[in-house]
Design a protein around this ligand. Structure first.
Ligand SMILES: [Zn+2]
Ligand SMILES: [Zn+2]
Length: 174
């Protein structure tokens, strides 16, 4: 959906595309990333210094409710933080590194196949799907292996506590 179609879709829903809504939509749509509300607030304010935090958060909520923007938690890597991306993108899964927070997107046929299987198996009408995969990226796997080695080395150098001393054998009386 192009930007013009998006405006039509908003108009159908009776939503006026105000300047702040347009700024946020453009930022989310154009970033190609998964920005959180604070990052979006900073970027929006750079474009319009009059925009305040409350307006930005309220606008994000409204964009989410009108189905134009998707709100993600990305495996809660950032705690309670939420991330925003356009719903105009093709369906994809998010692959999140739980160590460095890197997010990759997986587009592909298996997702469509899963969707079809769920629909036919459960007779379900799917409105929204969200696929998240958490783990360690190849870079972090190397770093983790090194950390484990170091931890093992430290454990080895720590002296073991000596076993409790046996009481001296009772001396035989002569
Ligand atoms: Zn990583
Ligand atoms: Zn994404």
């Amino acid at each position: 959906m192009a930007n013009a179609d998006m405006k039509d879709s908003l108009r159908e829903k009776g939503v006026r595309l105000t300047r702040q809504r347009q700024i946020l939509l453009d930022l989310i749509d154009g970033s190609g990333k998964h920005l959180d509300a604070e990052e979006l607030f900073r970027l929006a304010q750079a474009q319009d210094p009059k925009l305040n935090r409350v307006t930005v958060y309220r606008t994000l909520k409204m964009l989410k409710h009108s189905g134009l923007v998707d709100e993600l938690d990305l495996m809660h890597y950032g705690g309670d933080q939420h991330y925003y991306e356009t719903r105009l993108k093709q369906e994809h899964a998010h692959i999140i590194c739980l160590r460095c927070g890197k997010v990759e997107e997986f587009f592909g046929e298996p997702l469509q196949r899963l969707r079809k299987q769920v629909e036919s198996h459960f007779g379900f009408e799917i409105l929204i799907t969200r696929t998240e995969i958490g783990g360690y990226c190849s870079h972090c796997q190397v770093l983790r292996a090194r950390e484990m080695e170091q931890a093992a080395e430290i454990a080895e150098t720590v002296p073991h506590t000596p076993p409790p001393q046996k009481p001296a054998p009772a001396r035989k009386r002569g």
